[in-house]
Structure formats: C-alpha cells, structure tokens
Design a protein around this ligand. Structure first.
Ligand SMILES: NC(=O)c1ccc[n+]([C@@H]2O[C@H](COP(=O)([O-])OP(=O)(O)OC[C@H]3O[C@@H](n4cnc5c(N)ncnc54)[C@H](O)[C@@H]3O)[C@@H](O)[C@H]2O)c1
Ligand SMILES: [Zn+2]
Length: 370
C-alpha cells in the first residue's frame, strides 16, 4: 500500500442507502455532503449542537449555511432530557420555524437522539439531517431513526421512530474527539464485530492500544462496514418487530441499567455497553451456549478497555430494578441477546431471576475490579 492510500480521509467511500421505501435515505461520506446541503439552501435551518462540538466545528457549518440559526446545549448524557427538549421547542418557536423548516443535528449520539426527537414531535414532525461527530454516533446512533430522551427512571424511555433525510459523515470531525469517546465508539464497534463476525478484531485492538482516533483507510472502511451492517438490519426490521433489530441491543440491557443507576454521569454510553457485553457473554457461557474458551478470549479483549474509577454503591438489585423498566421487557420477561459464536446470536426470553442477578453481578465486578 502506498503512502497516499493511508491518508485519512482516504479514497472516496460509496454512500450507503438505508432502504425504507419512501423514507429511504443515504449515508454520505467525505465531501459528498456539501452538494446535499446545497439542495437544502432554500430551507429554514436550525443547527443543534453541544458546546464541545460547537467550539470546534460550528463555524465551518455556519460558513456553509450562513442563514442557519443555531442552538448550543451543554455536552453529556444528562442533556438528553425533557428540559432540553423543551428548550429546542422554544427556540424553534422563537425563530418562527414551521414544519417545513429543518433541523441539522451536529454532534454525538446525545444531540442526534435529542434533536431528532424534537424534529419528530415539533408541529407533528419536521425534517432533520444527522451529522454524527463522534465515532459512536457514526457507527450506530446516526442510522435507524430511533430518537428520544432519557427519564430519571431509565434510558430512552420516551422516543419515536423518525428517520433522517440524510446522514452526513465527515471523518475530519474525529480529529477533535477526546480519547475516552474514541474508546466508547470502539466499544460499540466491538459489538458489531461480535454480532456480525464481519469486523476485524485486530483493528479494534490496535485502536485501543493507540488510544487515539486512527487515520487509516482500514479505519474508515470499518466505520463504513458498521454503518452498512446497521443499515441492512434497519431496512429489514425498522421498528424492531421482525426480531432482527433487537440484536443491535447486544450488551445494552445491562448497559442501559448501569447508565441509569449511576444517574448518567459515571459512565459514557459506550463504557456501560462494554460492561453490559461482559455480563451478556457470562450469561451465554453459564448457559453453555458460548464455549468457555471463546468466553475467556472475548472477555480478555473487553478487559483491555479502560474504565473510569467506579466508587458508587450500585447494587445488583438496583440494576435488576432498572432492567425491569427496560423497553425490552415483555409481559414481565426480559429479552436478552446472547452470543453463541462470533457472528451468531440467539435471543432468549426465559431468563431466571438468579441468572439475571449473576450476570449483573458479573458485569458490576468486571467494572469495579480492574
Ligand atoms: N439512536 C440510536 O439508535 C442510538 C444508538 C446508539 C447510541 N445512542 C445514544 O447515543 C448516545 C451516546 O453517543 P455518544 O457517545 O456520541 O455521546 P455524546 O453525544 O455525549 O458524545 C460524547 C462526547 O463527545 C463530545 N464530542 C462528540 N463529537 C465530538 C467531536 N467531533 N469533537 C469533540 N468532542 C466531540 C460530546 O460533546 C460529548 O462530550 C447515548 O445517549 C445513546 O443512548 C443512540
Ligand atoms: Zn449503544
């Protein structure tokens, strides 16, 4: 491979179509999106962002869209709440937006979910475009149309399915992403590697070791591959009714509970999901679904992810209580995505209380004893 093949962004990446009939849209890469934006130039546009992202990137967007108005919110998971949702509504009213206006969500998954939910509900729905700026948002949150906010009682408990008009991925945004958020994105990529068997583990491992956003053709291709996997699943099961989309929830049942139980300020989403995947792997191994050797091998990779110091006294029972509020609970039974082998998952719904408690305890110990 020549030196120029290693540049970042590398060669042109083909857009990915999310096939959803009349709600289909494309994920565009690199500079493709400038043309897309030009086609919106006659629309009234509100850019919603957070302080971290805006400090690096808002000016670029304001230069491209000089007539757009902007609202910059505080960063962090706590921003994804009803108070900020109302702030967006008030902002749109104050700026005389009607439903033919458009929101551009410029940020990570928090801004995408929150601004997307505002777009889904303001005046019964307006268009929005997602510009994911974190690795996690690129590989996961920006595709699929799940938008929403958290309640103190749990993650994403209020939300909607509202597909964006387009997703614009610009790898340059990753240059300013903090290391911790880079690792969170790698955690979500690890999920794709486990459930699909189509992502190279080695790439993820070297990303953890280098501890900084990698700038390689391989990295861009892996990001695109994750998006392609998600776009395929969403196209086949947009509203999680066909049994396929739920596999993207691997590691999330315990992960979401951990985020909520620590009031959304101890762990980033990606970190909580890494702990949740450890718990789910343990449950599969205990059930003899996942061979013990594979369990230890995969767990040792997960152990390479660093975690924040965890001092809170969160008990297994507290996490189990949060899990029982999860949207995946049907008639009092939790649905769990378990791994049989890399690239092969099984959804189970016959989890006993003891089994759930053991997996949650395992995940808590995984985080605490490091
Ligand atoms: N809708 C979905 O399908 C879906 C899927 C996965 C995750 N999510 C949601 O996404 C959220 C997590 O996403 P996230 O990890 O992107 O969180 P985030 O939006 O909080 O971003 C993480 C941090 O990185 C900062 N940041 C983002 N891009 C940056 C950049 N380019 N430069 C500098 N700083 C930058 C943010 O300000 C924030 O501090 C969770 O709320 C999760 O529930 C949604
Ligand atoms: Zn996630």
């Amino acid at each position: 491979m020549s030196e120029s093949d290693n540049r970042f962004p590398p060669q042109k990446l083909e857009p990915i179509k999310v096939e959803l009939g009349e709600r289909s849209y494309f994920v565009h890469f690199d500079e493709d999106w400038r043309e897309i934006l030009a086609s919106y130039s006659d629309r009234k546009i509100a850019i919603i962002s957070d302080r971290n992202v805006a400090s690096h990137h808002l000016l670029t967007w304001k230069n491209i869209l000089p007539n757009a108005v902007d609202l910059v919110l505080p960063p962090g998971e706590k921003t994804k709440c009803s108070k900020n949702l109302e702030e967006i509504y008030n902002f749109l009213v104050a700026k005389n937006f009607s439903r033919d206006g458009m929101i551009i969500a410029l940020g990570g998954g928090v801004i995408g979910d929150l601004a997307g939910f505002a777009a889904a509900t303001f005046m019964r729905g307006m268009d929005f475009v997602l510009v994911p700026t974190s690795l996690l948002a690129m590989v996961d949150a920006a595709v699929g149309g799940k938008v929403g906010i958290n309640l103190p009682l749990g993650k994403n408990l209020v939300g909607a399915f509202h597909q964006p008009k387009a997703v614009l991925v610009d790898f340059q945004h990753l240059n300013t992403l903090p290391v911790r958020d880079w690792l969170c994105g790698l955690g979500e990529m690890f999920k794709y590697a486990l459930i699909s068997g189509e992502i190279d583990f080695q790439h993820i491992l070297s990303g953890i070791e280098k501890c900084k956003p990698c700038e390689s053709w391989e990295c861009a291709r892996n990001i695109r591959k994750c998006i392609e996997i998600k776009a395929g699943i969403v196209s086949r099961d947009e509203r999680e009714t066909q049994g396929e989309r739920i596999i993207l929830n691997f590691g999330h049942t315990i992960g979401h509970a951990l985020e909520a139980a620590t009031e959304f300020h101890t762990f980033c989403h990606g970190e909580a999901v890494i702990a949740g995947m450890a718990g789910a792997l343990f449950m599969a191994e205990q059930r003899r679904i996942l061979p013990t050797d594979d369990f230890h091998r995969l767990l040792s990779t997960l152990s390479k992810f660093p975690f924040p110091t965890f001092k809170e006294m969160v008990t297994t029972q507290q996490l189990v209580d949060f899990i029982m509020h999860d949207k995946k609970v049907q008639r009092g039974r939790v649905r769990f995505v378990l791994l049989e082998a890399v690239g092969k998952v099984r959804v189970v719904q016959d989890i006993s209380d003891d089994e759930l408690s053991s997996a949650v305890t395992f995940a808590l110990n995984f985080v605490a004893h490091r």
